[in-house]
Write a protein that binds this ligand. Structure first.
Ligand SMILES: Nc1ncnc2c1ncn2[C@@H]1O[C@H](COP(=O)(O)OP(=O)(O)OP(=O)(O)O)[C@@H](O)[C@H]1O
Ligand SMILES: [Mg+2]
Length: 211
């Protein structure tokens, strides 16, 4: 079962992962963008950790909302507002819960994805974080429909996220700075799709570490 401590553990692992993968994400962004994605993500999640410490014992929506505000407030560019909206919209969908059922977890990702699409207007195939998030959400839903337990469902989700991330390599970017490159954006993995994969992997790690 996911509770507020699991969510805090997830965000702590996410902050560490963004720090560890700062160079990797920035190198990916150097190929098709402006070489700041790793810097943006590391800064945003570091800020989120600082701001969530006073609300760690509150309901899950308070923690997610604080994370969203931290990302929007500290990260310029596209990814800060997009990831920020993910967390704010997930928070709105899960008000006053201290534990998440399987259905609630699906709702968290569904609401977050819808928020990113409302703000960024990207569709699957545009070479963005959506190409990781959408198949990951579908895998989570299918796993629960199939009757798997939480950890197994998250493993399906991570696998789908990895495939989604890799699917961006041949894509031509339609959104953000990478789209200025047109056909030349093909052949490179999208940085945002990669950070989304890392975030989903961290959720599995957080749940595994608590079970
Ligand atoms: N409209 C959008 N919808 C969803 N994701 C997007 C959109 N625009 C950009 N992205 C994601 O943001 C990532 C780039 O984030 P970054 O932190 O580098 O911000 P940025 O340099 O301002 O981005 P960009 O210049 O691409 O707008 C891309 O790899 C892509 O996954
Ligand atoms: Mg960038």
């Amino acid at each position: 079962m996911i509770n507020n401590r699991t969510i805090v553990a997830w965000l702590k692992l996410a902050a560490r992962s963004m720090e560890e993968n700062k160079g990797y994400l920035t190198d990916l962004d150097a190929a098709i963008g402006d070489a700041d994605h790793g810097i943006n993500m590391e800064r945003g999640f570091k800020k989120a950790l600082t701001l969530i410490s006073p609300v760690e014992d509150r309901d899950i929506d308070a923690i997610l909302k604080t994370t969203g505000m931290a990302l929007i407030g500290s990260v310029g560019g596209a990814a800060g507002p997009l990831y920020g909206t993910f967390f704010l919209d997930a928070a709105k969908a899960l008000s006053h819960l201290n534990e998440l059922s399987n259905t609630d977890l699906v709702l968290l990702f569904e609401s977050g994805l819808k928020g990113i699409q409302r703000v960024g207007k990207a569709k699957p195939g545009d070479k963005t974080m959506i190409d990781t998030l959408q198949p990951a959400l579908e895998a989570l839903r299918s796993a629960f429909a199939y009757g798997t337990d939480l950890i197994e469902a998250l493993r399906w989700m991570v696998q789908a996220a990895k495939e989604g991330m890799e699917s961006t390599i041949p894509m031509v970017a339609k959104k953000g700075r990478a789209s200025y490159l047109g056909e030349r954006s093909a052949g490179h993995q999208d940085p945002g799709a990669t950070s989304t994969y890392l975030l989903i992997q961290c959720l599995l790690d957080a749940v595994e570490s608590q079970s």
